[in-house]
Structure formats: structure tokens, C-alpha cells
Design a protein around this ligand. Structure first.
Ligand SMILES: Cc1cc2nc3c(=O)[nH]c(=O)nc-3n(C[C@H](O)[C@H](O)[C@H](O)COP(=O)(O)OP(=O)(O)OC[C@H]3O[C@@H](n4cnc5c(N)ncnc54)[C@H](O)[C@@H]3O)c2cc1C
Length: 387
């Protein structure tokens, strides 16, 4: 077993939550190492619409330029409730006048590059094997395994689990749930070069038992998704996945389905069978959780990446003592900004609503999004060490 130099913070997982946390801590002068079992710049199972908080975080960190150069600006959102259409403009606020939906191949790479430029060490192809603990049970570091099977013992004052929905760190520290949802939506999605499409707005459509969406992303592609209760996903997509996807799309967004009828997807379609959401206790002696590892909500409200970026900022401030309350304060602030959003998402994921009630829930979600964007905007911006 190789024994490596000690770090202030070791982070397991280097995507939205992990790479952002590494970036923010390195900019504050901490010795940070992040690692991910996946490869640099790869995709992951997720659509990728960013909401205002996510865009605001990228702007604050000086990273929006590279995203905006490769991804169209989203300036409108269209909600379709049955046959009723509601077009909303993205109002400029807190320096954000457009939203973006970068592919994860771009977003996660931008975050990793920025973390490295700030001085963090980020390794790929490295997986967590176990946690190191002292005699009192406090987490003191990790045992990591590289692609050749070599094991390394890496000590740290704090281990951050940013290892996603199936977090090994959360499992090993026994992070207990503080809230668990009841409903899970299944999602199927793919990428299309939709012909003659000039609008670059987000489009969300809702009908009984089916939701649909169009998310414009880079290279002229649009991410098109359908969201349904799990039982429908199992029934309709079990055999011919693409035929099932197209049939559900035709039910939820007939015009869109017709416009794609003779067009092959740009890449293979992908499916997520759903998972009930949770908020977990996210700190303990020598450890903390950020991103999906500590807080996952149903993807139907498209907010997990924005939350991961927001919470990276809250966690980094708690670690460096910029905010009172330490890691307990981090969790309190995260939960205070998340709980109502979590409940609304769970209710929307139930599909047990009439369209007017759904519209009301979306109004409330918008208020929650404003509240969290304000909370982020009010934090001072930390200038990188080298600047
Ligand atoms: C179908 C679907 C659609 C979605 N759509 C949206 C959307 O439109 N907008 C939005 O904001 N959010 C969306 N989300 C949610 C979003 O994907 C997540 O909230 C986001 O990816 C969380 O980021 P993260 O960094 O916490 O976790 P992840 O992105 O999951 O990254 C975790 C990383 O940890 C690594 N890892 C795991 N275990 C180990 C280990 N043992 N050792 C080393 N590395 C490890 C993994 O390789 C992975 O790279 C969607 C999710 C799904 C499933």
C-alpha cells in the first residue's frame, strides 16, 4: 500500500458537486485532492437544464464564458398545461439574463479544469475502496484504488462524499436520511437536431400521466425527454425502447413527436427508471456530503445540478469558517433552502395532480428558486488566490 502526502480535504467524486467544491476550496488556499472512478470529460445519465442558481454560481466563479461560448442562451421558458400555453421570459436578475443547458461532457470538464487551475489535484480512474478512521472512529482519509489496482492511503482532515446517488461515502459513514420522498418519476431522453427550430427556450409540457421537455444544448442538438410514473415506464419501454419513447412523446407532445417522426436520434436513447428522493444528514466527524450524495430529488423539476453548485459554495464556506456554525450550519442552510423545493418536487413526481394544481406548484417552485438565487447572490465572491 502506497502512503501519500496529507491533504486538507479529499473529495470522492469529481463532477458537479465534487469538482465545484474542489475549485472553491483550492481558491481559498486549501490543499485539495479530488478523485473520480470515471474518466475526464465523459457523459453521465442526466439531462442538464441549469436554472438561475446554477448559472449564477458559474458566473460568480468566472466560468460562464466557456459554457456560453458552446451552448445557446435560453431566454424563455414555455410551459404547456394540456392545450394551454404559457410563455415566460427569463427576467434579468442578479446578473443572470439567460439560462444554459451544457452537456455534462462540457460542464464537468470546465469545473475540473478550473479546480486544477486553482491548484486542486484531480485524478480520474481512481475509486474509493474504504475510509480511514482513527481510534475514536473519526474519518481521517481514504484508501483509493487506481486503474492498475494499486492502493493508496491518503490522509485528510476532511473527506467529502460527492459521489452521487449511490454514494459509498454516505453508506460507509451511515448517513441517516432526514427526509425521504414518496414518489419517483422515470425519464427517457435523447438528442435530436430538430429541423427548422429557431426557438432556444426551455419547453416543459404536462398532461395527465406524462411530462415532456425540450432542452437546447450545444452543437445544434436538443435534448428531448419524456417523464412518466415508473409503472408506465416499465410497461411502455420494456420492449422496443425507441418505439415506446416515441409513443409516449406523441401522447405528451404530439406536434413535437410528429416533427421527429422520421429523424433518428443523434445518439442512443437513455432511460432512468427513477428513484425516490432523500435529504441525508450531511456531516459528521471528519466527513461531509455534497450534491446527490447528500440530497437527491426527483429529476422532473430539473434542479439537481443547480443545487450541487449551490451547496458546493455553502460547504466550502463552512469548511473554511467563513460562515458560522461549521458543518452543522452548512446542513442547516442547505435544508432551509431545499425543504420546500423537495416537497414540491415529490408532489409533482406523484403525477397525482390536476393541471391547475400543478401550475400552482410551479409558481411556488419559481418563488423557491428566487429565494435560493438571492441567498447565493448575497454571498461575497471569493477572488482566486492567484488573482
Ligand atoms: C435522468 C436524469 C435527468 C436529470 N436532469 C437534470 C436536469 O435537467 N437538470 C439538473 O440540474 N439536474 C438534473 N438531474 C440531476 C443531476 O444529474 C444530479 O443532481 C447531478 O448529477 C448531481 O451531481 P453530483 O456531482 O452530486 O453527482 P454525479 O454527477 O452523479 O457525480 C458523482 C461522481 O462520483 C463518482 N463516484 C461514485 N462513486 C465513486 C467511488 N466509489 N469512487 C470514486 N468516484 C466515485 C462517479 O463516477 C461520478 O462521476 C437529472 C438526473 C437524472 C437521473
Amino acid at each position: 500500500m502506497n502512503r501519500e502526502r496529507r491533504f486538507d480535504v479529499v473529495i470522492v467524486g469529481a463532477r458537479a458537486a465534487g469538482a465545484s467544491t474542489a475549485l472553491l476550496l483550492a481558491r481559498r488556499g486549501l490543499r485539495v485532492m479530488g478523485f473520480d472512478r470515471g474518466a475526464y470529460g465523459t457523459d453521465t445519465l442526466s439531462t442538464h437544464a441549469l436554472m438561475r442558481t446554477g448559472v449564477l454560481a458559474l458566473r460568480r466563479w468566472g466560468l460562464l464564458g466557456r459554457i456560453a461560448a458552446q451552448t445557446p442562451a435560453v431566454r424563455t421558458t414555455r410551459f404547456t398545461y394540456g392545450d394551454e400555453v404559457l410563455d415566460l421570459a427569463i427576467e434579468p436578475q442578479w446578473g443572470v439574463d439567460a439560462l444554459y443547458a451544457p452537456r455534462r461532457t462540457l460542464l464537468d470538464a470546465v469545473l475540473v479544469d478550473a479546480a486544477r487551475a486553482a491548484g486542486a489535484e484531480i485524478r480520474h480512474g481512481v475509486r474509493l475502496r474504504s475510509l480511514l478512521r482513527d481510534r475514536d472512529g473519526r474519518v481521517r482519509g481514504v484508501v483509493a484504488e487506481d486503474e492498475r489496482g494499486a492502493l493508496a492511503e491518503i490522509e485528510a482532515d476532511l473527506v467529502v462524499g460527492a459521489d452521487g446517488i449511490r454514494s459509498t461515502v454516505a453508506e460507509r459513514v451511515g448517513a441517516t436520511p432526514v427526509r425521504v420522498g414518496r414518489h419517483a418519476t422515470a425519464v427517457a431522453y435523447g438528442y435530436f437536431a430538430i429541423p427548422k427550430r429557431t426557438s432556444h427556450g426551455y419547453e416543459w409540457g404536462f398532461r395527465p400521466r406524462v411530462g415532456t421537455g425540450v432542452i437546447p444544448t450545444g452543437a445544434g442538438a436538443f435534448c428531448v425527454f419524456v417523464a412518466v410514473p415508473q409503472a408506465r415506464f416499465d410497461a411502455r419501454l420494456a420492449g422496443d425502447f425507441e418505439a415506446g419513447f416515441r409513443a409516449l412523446l406523441a401522447e405528451g407532445a404530439p406536434e413535437l413527436a410528429a416533427s421527429l417522426a422520421h429523424m433518428a436520434p443523434l445518439e442512443r436513447l437513455r432511460g432512468f427508471r427513477g428513484r425516490v428522493g432523500y435529504l441525508r444528514r450531511s456531516h459528521g466527524p471528519g466527513w461531509a456530503l455534497v450534491g446527490d450524495a447528500g440530497y437527491f430529488k426527483d429529476p422532473f423539476t430539473a434542479h439537481g445540478i443547480s443545487d450541487a453548485l449551490r451547496d458546493a459554495e455553502l460547504l466550502a464556506r463552512a469548511i473554511t469558517g467563513e460562515r458560522a456554525g461549521g458543518l452543522a450550519g452548512y446542513q442547516e442552510r442547505r435544508d432551509a433552502l431545499s425543504l420546500r423545493f423537495f416537497e414540491l418536487t415529490d408532489a409533482i413526481a406523484s403525477f397525482d395532480w390536476e393541471l391547475p394544481a400543478l401550475r400552482e406548484m410551479h409558481r411556488e417552485l419559481a418563488k423557491e428558486m428566487s429565494r435560493e438565487a438571492r441567498a447565493l447572490a448575497e454571498l461575497d465572491v471569493v477572488v482566486p488566490r492567484a488573482a
